[in-house]
Design a protein around this ligand. Structure first.
Ligand code: NIG
Ligand code: FE
Length: 407
């Protein structure tokens, strides 16, 4: 079996406390061996096992971290909301209603153009170190358009979420309960075979607590696992419902009561924070410190979508989390890798323990701390996905094979 030795690593983040120091499993002066798509060995370079026929790469004292796991994205869409963003930055507030603009554009777009757009975003994410990415439907809002969105998402990733309950479809504006019946009835029937997860935007202007619970329960009955857009724009029942239904994740989690924090702390539901959404909507940031101090598992994700957060950059989210969510640099890197894996209930990604999928990022920096210490600087020097090095040239140069974040 051919393998790759990445040698002379200044700081290796394994996220495996058995391999190194602290929750990040840090090893200084490290080496990493990848082969057959997985991590074969990780540890201090002096202890590197001998092997024949091995390629060697000298990291030159730079850092290696696990590939980012971005557990929240809305990547199947068409159209442009630049003007809405510009208006917001001139003082207009963000509301859930902007979603309908994208719904209109998405419905009229060809499947080919939707797929190409998603491929572009997945490739962009890969260039910034994201090796696993989740994608939701939610800009179709008819049976056919939601199914189509999920089919397209499945072309590019295995982490696919049915979000027919993103907002009430325009045709049902004065019959929201009929739309809820559709989402948990015929639309679910059409979509369940194409998704692993079900999500609801539980928010004023979208779906209330009763509607959210009814939709998620119908999804669970069809074998889907819930995740919830919860407490994004204001307080509400989303987090409590997520915990009650053992959702994998409560996403946004910005406006929380003490009872919400306690409920999350007593559950296995991950709080997924999306600070790029607060950045792009000039919303108030969630308080990660409060969640972490209570013992809640926190993930960071990009929430890439054309309305509230048009970025695929996990390094940007890490920098925001450190500056504005009161996370330490170590916590932010953990949450963007292992935290995302927890939010997707994946044991094979988000870390570089022995046997993990060989998803690794070489940073052009001596340590992972530079991801927040040097904000806005592209520090991604090389990316491996399942052991294969992916081209990370600028857009328009050779695209990563298939633009695929599968697995
Ligand atoms: O996660 N919150 C709901 N959905 C997206 C926003 C989608 C949009 O504005 O188009 C979010 O922020
Ligand atoms: Fe979202």
């Amino acid at each position: 079996m051919s393998s790759l030795l990445i040698d002379n690593i200044g700081t290796l983040v394994t996220n495996d406390p058995e391999l190194g120091d602290g929750p990040l499993g840090l090893v200084h002066g490290a080496a990493l061996v990848l082969g057959d798509g997985v991590v074969l060995w990780a540890g201090p370079r002096a202890a590197t096992p001998e092997a024949a026929a091995r390629e060697r790469l000298d990291a030159g004292g730079r850092a290696v971290i696990p590939g980012f796991v971005d557990s929240h994205g809305h990547l199947v869409f068409a159209g442009d909301r630049t003007a809405e963003f510009a208006a917001r930055m001139s003082g207009r507030p963000y509301t859930a209603g902007g979603i309908r603009t994208t719904v209109e554009a998405t419905r009229t777009a060809s499947s080919q153009s939707l797929s190409r757009n998603m491929q572009r975003l997945v490739a962009e994410a890969l260039r910034s170190g994201t090796t696993t990415i989740e994608c939701k439907s939610g800009y179709g809002l008819t049976v056919a358009d939601e199914r189509r969105s999920l089919e397209i998402a499945t072309e590019h990733t295995d982490e696919v979420t049915y979000l027919g309950a993103h907002v009430v479809a325009p045709e049902y504006a004065d019959r929201p309960d009929a739309y809820v019946d559709l989402v948990r009835g015929a639309m679910l029937d059409a979509c369940a075979p194409h998704a692993g997860w079900i999500d609801v935007f539980c928010e004023r202007g979208a779906f209330d607590g009763d509607q959210t619970r009814a939709i998620l329960e119908a999804g669970v009955a069809r074998g889907l696992v819930p995740r919830v857009h919860a407490n994004q724009l204001g307080p509400g029942p989303g987090v409590q419902i997520a915990v009650e239904l053992d959702a994998a994740s409560a996403d946004h989690a910005t406006h929380l009561s003490d009872a919400d924090v306690a409920a999350l702390a007593g559950s296995r539901t991950v709080a997924t924070l999306l600070p790029a959404a607060e950045f792009s909507t000039r919303g108030s940031y969630p308080n990660a410190r409060r969640l972490l101090d209570a013992g809640v598992t926190v993930a960071l994700a990009a929430d890439c979508n054309p309305g509230s957060s048009y970025t695929t950059s996990m390094p940007f989210c890490i920098a925001l989390a450190v500056r504005d969510l009161s996370m330490t640099p170590d916590e932010a890197v953990w949450s963007a890798t292992m935290g995302g894996a927890r939010a997707l209930r994946r044991a094979d990604v988000g870390h570089l323990g022995i046997g993990a999928r060989a998803d690794a990022v070489l940073l052009d920096a001596p340590s992972h701390v530079h991801l927040s210490y040097r904000p806005g600087v592209n520090l991604i020097a090389a990316v491996w996905r399942a052991g294969a090095r992916v081209p990370i040239g600028p857009p328009g140069t050779a695209p990563p094979t298939g633009g695929d974040a599968r697995g």
